[in-house]
Design a binder for this molecule. Structure first.
Ligand code: NAI
Ligand code: PYR
Ligand code: MG
Length: 356
């Protein structure tokens, strides 16, 4: 199969869909890989490395889309890419359709086969192609939150770890999934007081068993959220209802209950966000302030640490890419229930329930 790897063009997105190691594996399986020149540069992979691994390096993005039967990338296509996607082309990437009707309409019109990383499932119902990026984003959420709590960038002026004689900062995490647990580990490691809220009690029991003593758990409901936001310094949104819009757990009126300079990091922004006031931001312009609350809502957080993120992402995507290339999308999806769940739009027809 002819596989195309375009350069990402979303703001500050430096990840790439296939590494030279992936090219080597695909080439060994008899496939041809076409990589757009400098596609891997931001992640530290040169055109030379791709060529040595067996790829053909092409000059422009159009040449890659034109030649490829399957496109493997990272982020959802943006407006400039809509017209490049061809009928019957397989596009394997993150889509997050639930948060963009414009993208959904464009992909319906393209008549391509859209397989979304974020809805592929493992046998146990977990999301193997989302997990590593959620690990990165969860860890980053604390790094970013700690930074924006600094006074010069309009934060509360609280050091998360405190110092001897001064109490530590408080971190509230909505959703105790992958993002939540990784954020909790980082915040707890810094010495902050951490509370994780979730609706899944099994998950809360597990978290309570494995986390250090400065991590507490609570049931996620409006009453508890309203009570806690009054005193917490950093609030991280990491809830997910797979493939669907995130529930709005923090409404506009609740911002007034928070102390000025509170920072909210809405990692769930790519599914519409779990704060009513969330609007997607970019690494170039990551924050905005409403009612004295600093909002950080970058929709591609892992893009800022592209080496780590590209390697982590392609570790999990490559086996699926090889399967799709070896068997073709129809056979590959028919024989793998979890991969089948990745099918979101097929030749103009929406087939994933959460999008509708
Ligand atoms: N902004 C970015 O760059 C990135 C965003 N993400 C996004 O982060 C979000 C979270 O991802 P994961 O942690 O992997 O998901 P996950 O499925 O591992 O965890 C989600 C958790 O939310 C909980 N939940 C559902 N409804 C809830 C409610 N009402 N209150 C509290 N908890 C609730 C679930 O029980 C589950 O434990 C997703 O939307 C994902 O797309 C992931 C990576 C990067
Ligand atoms: C999961 C996702 O949206 C990202 O890694 O950018
Ligand atoms: Mg995202």
């Amino acid at each position: 199969m002819k596989i195309g790897v375009p350069k990402e063009i979303k703001n500050n997105e430096n990840r790439v869909g296939i590494t030279p190691a992936g090219v080597l594996e695909l080439t060994k399986n008899g496939h041809q890989v076409y990589v757009q020149s400098t596609a891997g540069e931001g992640s530290g992979f040169s055109d030379e490395e791709y060529k040595n691994a067996g790829a053909e390096v092409l000059g422009g993005i159009k040449a890659v889309y034109d030649v490829a039967e399957m496109i493997v990338k990272v982020k959802e296509p943006i407006a400039e890419e809509y017209g490049l996607i061809k009928e019957n082309q397989v596009v394997f990437t993150y889509f997050h359709f639930a948060s963009s009707s414009e993208l959904t309409d464009a992909m319906i019109s393209s008549k391509a086969i859209c397989i979304a990383y974020e809805t592929v499932e493992d046998k146990d119902g977990t999301l193997p192609l989302l997990t590593p990026m959620s690990e990165v984003a969860g860890r980053m959420a604390v790094q970013q939150g700690a930074k924006y709590l600094e006074k010069p960038i309009k934060g509360k002026g609280v050091l998360l770890g405190g110092v001897p004689g001064v109490e530590p900062g408080k971190v509230l995490i909505l959703g105790g999934g992958t993002v939540g647990i990784q954020a909790a580990k980082m915040a707890a490691g810094l010495g902050a007081i951490v509370t994780i809220l979730d609706v899944n009690l099994k998950r809360l029991r597990y978290i309570s068993d494995v986390m250090p003593d400065n991590v507490f758990t609570g049931f996620s409901n409006e009453y508890n959220i309203r009570k806690l936001i009054k005193t917490y310094d950093l609030i991280i949104g990491g809830v997910l209802i797979p493939g669907a819009k995130a529930p709005k757990l923090i409404t506009r009126d609740m911002l007034k209950e928070m102390t000025p300079g509170t920072v909210i990091v809405d990692v769930a922004v790519d599914q519409g966000g779990c704060f009513e006031t969330t609007k997607p931001t970019t690494h170039e312009n990551p924050t905005y302030i409403i009612d004295d609350v600093v909002h950080y809502c970058v929709a591609n957080m892992p893009g800022a640490v592209p080496y780590t993120s590209t390697v982590a992402l392609t570790n999990v995507t490559l086996p699926y890419v090889i399967k799709l290339a070896n068997m073709g999308w129809e056979k590959a999806c028919a024989g793998d229930e979890g991969l089948h769940k990745g099918l979101n739009i097929i030749k103009g027809e929406v087939v994933y329930e959460g999008i509708l």
